[in-house]
Every structure is written in C-alpha cells, then in structure tokens.
Write a protein that binds this ligand. Structure first.
Ligand code: NAD
Length: 392
C-alpha cells in the first residue's frame, strides 16, 4: 500500500522536497500531499521588487496547482495550526486533520519583533506577496496624501533593520521615489527615506568594502542611514530610537530579523530557539519520521554555528529531504546534507548590486553583481522546471 507523505509548506524547501520525492517514488509507492497557506509558490527573494512595483505579481507568485499538475501530488490550501508528531497528525486552521506516515516540515520562518513595543501592531513586513502588495499600495497612498497635506509622517518611510532584506527594499524604494513623486507632483527632496540599523554598520558580516559601497550608492539616491541605533518603540505614526530620537512616519517596514516558525516550536519536535534540530540526514532528532527543510530547521555548520536561513539552503535541503524520504522508505542509505554556498548577492535597487562568491573571497559590485543576481533567479526557475520534467 502507498505510504502517505505529507509536506507542510510550498516554499523553496517544500516544493523541492515534493518534486524530488516524486522523481524517486511512483504514486503506487507513495501518495504526496503538499499543504500551503497560499495557492502560490512565492519567490520571496524578489518581494522587494514587487513592493516597489518593479516586477509583476505573476513573476513572483507561481500557481502551485500548475507547478504540481500531472505529478500525482495533491495540494491542500490551508494554514497549519498544529503538528502532533506522536499521533502522526497535522491539524489545519479550517479544522481538517491530516494523517501521515512521513512528514516534511518546511514552514519557513516568522518575523522576529524582539518584544519591541508597538512594532508588530504598527509596522509592515515583507514575507509574502500580500505583504509586498499592501506595502506598495500604502506607500503610493502616502505620497499621494503628502502632496495634499505636506504632513511629515506621510512623506517619511523608515526601513528598520539593515540586513539584506532591509537593504534590498530600501534600494528599490530609492529608485521608485523620483517616479512616484513626479506622478503626484511632489518635490522628491521633501521625502525622507531612512534605514535604521542597530549594529555599527548595515549588512553586518559583509566585507567592509561592500558595506561602504552599499551605503555610498544608496546615500547618493537619497537614503539616510542611522546606524548603531536600535529601534526601541513604535507608535501608530512614529518610530522611537534608542538615542531618544523620534521619527514621524506612517510607513515603518520592519526587516529586523527572523525566527523559527511558532507551529514548529510548539509541536513537541525537538527544537533549539524555536527551530527544529536535525541530524545529518535532515531528520528530526526526536522523531525519525519527520524531516525538515528550510528555515523551520537549524542546521549546524562544522564550527558549531548555525547556517543562515537562506533560500539557497532551503532549496538544497528540500532536494536532500526528497531523496532521503525515498531512501528511508526503501531501507536504503540516506544522503548527508552537504550545502553548497554559491555566494550571496544583494541588490541595491534597479541598477546596482553587491555580492560575494566563494566565501567572501571574490567581491562583486555594480553590473556584474546585478547580472549574477538576475542569473541566480533564472537558475532557480529553470531548476524547478527541470525537476518538474524529471518527476514521475
Ligand atoms: P537579518 O537578521 O539578516 O538582518 C536584520 C538586521 O536588523 C540586522 O542587521 C540587525 O542588526 C538589525 N536589527 C535587529 N534589531 C534591530 C533594532 N531593534 N533596530 C534596528 N535594527 C535592528 O534579517 P534579514 O535581512 O531579514 O535576512 C534574513 C536571512 O535571509 C539572512 O540569512 C539573510 O542573509 C537572508 N537574505 C538573503 C538575501 C539575499 O541573498 N539576497 C536577501 C534577504 C535575506
């Protein structure tokens, strides 16, 4: 009888697990169900562009139904509410209960608010297509409003957190602003665009030369950096900083970090700071019939430090999990997860980017980095297309 494989999440980890499993196991051997809260596979690495209207929604929201069509993979749209690993059962918010023989948890991460008062209630985030659409519409309405009222809070945008998410977003906003201001007859110089970062510089961990390049490039397009200064409080129309400053704004985008998924943290699966602990085969350390892909898990590198929660890692984990489900069911040898780091590339708006390849050894700036970044997106899309054609 076919085993039931249940895959929670249709992001990078979940989709790649599903397609890879189907490459190795026929429908007679295993039924596969993917559960996702949206009907689309979202290219979240490109959300900053959607938030600035620099990309169409259909480029970043690929219908899962279409991606999985003809592959004997069932799709269930719903929000996972509870995982009961000892009962081999998953509950969805709509009351549906799903049973499994093997479970893949690939639910991604959540925004970390670090208990900062008012932040969750009054800030925007950039974790989904809906978030990006909401943000784009809001920013445009604020600039429209500013043209009438000249209210400072309408004309001020704050990005809180200068990691890659924050920098890529602020870069897109910097390029969007002149065009938006023209549309509403606003003098571009009257609009303030801040990036607030707690650490001494933005992009902590990046080589100093690239940090400098990012700041210079973005400052030249009107971004004001406030570094070494944490956000400490958020009111409906104002951000408070640790140095006592208050910035009036109706648009605070919080890009200050991510944490494990709370459904996973509360599931009874062994976790470390909310992220599931896994062995070298990406199997839960507490439940051998539960496999993990993407940000829901924490994978320790050789120096005992966790690997960063990135799309490229999630995608590779999904493929290892897909193969290991097959090996586990067939009693074969599972594959160890050995990540390949092709590099990190961050855009600085429409025409500039920075990046490192080969563990910070080679640095890229400007056009080569922009082209590499574009190429890595294309590579991902052609990769899933390739997997699709290989699956049963
Ligand atoms: P992050 O944790 O990398 O960055 C968050 C930033 O917010 C940090 O610089 C932190 O110092 C700052 N911060 C935290 N608290 C703050 C406070 N109170 N006030 C001001 N600043 C504060 O988070 P991210 O940028 O969302 O990235 C998450 C992961 O995804 C990372 O591993 C990142 O490398 C990856 N990512 C990669 C890409 C890419 O490859 N292009 C793009 C986006 C994200």
């Amino acid at each position: 009888m076919a085993k039931q494989i249940l895959i929670l999440g249709g992001g990078y980890g979940g989709l790649l697990s599903a397609l890879t499993t189907r490459q190795h196991l026929s429908a007679d051997e295993a039924s596969i169900t993917v559960v996702n809260r949206f009907p689309t596979h979202q290219i979240i690495t490109e959300l900053h562009r959607l938030a600035a209207g620099n990309l169409s929604e259909k480029a970043v929201a690929l219908p899962l139904e279409k991606l999985l069509r003809g592959k004997n993979i069932d799709l269930k749209i719903g929000s996972v509410q509870e995982i009961s690993p000892d009962e081999h059962q998953v509950s969805l918010a709509d009351g549906t209960k799903l049973n499994y023989d093997l479970l893949v948890v690939a639910l991604g991460s959540e925004t970390a608010y670090f208990g900062i008062p008012g932040l969750q209630e009054h800030s925007f985030i950039l974790k989904s297509v809906d978030d990006a659409n909401r943000l784009r519409e809001h920013v445009e309405s604020c600039i429209g409003e500013y043209s009438q009222t000249k209210n400072k809070a309408d004309g001020t945008i704050v990005v809180g957190g200068g990691g890659l998410t924050g920098i890529e977003l602020v870069g897109e906003f910097a390029d969007l602003m002149p065009q938006l201001c023209r549309k509403y007859g606003v003098d571009h110089k009257e609009i303030s665009l801040y990036c607030v970062e707690a650490a001494p510089t933005v992009l902590p961990g990046f080589p100093a030369e690239l940090v400098e390049r990012a700041q210079t490039s973005l400052s030249a397009r009107g971004v004001e950096f406030i570094t070494g200064t944490p956000v400490t409080k958020m009111e409906p129309f104002a951000v408070e900083l640790k140095d006592g400053r208050t910035i009036e704004t109706k648009t605070m985008v919080w890009t200050g970090g991510v944490q494990g998924n709370s459904v996973v943290a509360n599931s009874g699966i062994e976790v470390n700071r909310g992220r599931a602990l896994v062995n070298e085969f990406l199997q839960s350390t507490s439940h051998q019939d539960v496999f993990l892909a993407g940000d829901s898990a924490v994978v320790m590198g050789p120096e005992g430090r966790p690997y960063p929660p990135t799309a490229q890692l999630a995608w590779q984990m999904g493929e290892t999990v897909g193969y290991n489900l097959f090996a586990y069911l067939k009693g074969g040898t599972m594959e160890e997860f050995t990540p390949v780091f092709s590099g990190t590339l961050g855009s600085l708006g429409r025409k500039d980017a920075i990046g490192t390849i080969g563990g910070n050894k080679t640095q890229l700036k400007g056009l080569p980095a922009s082209l590499m970044k574009e190429a890595s997106n294309v590579r991902y899309l052609s990769h899933i297309k390739g997997l699709f054609s290989l699956a049963y």
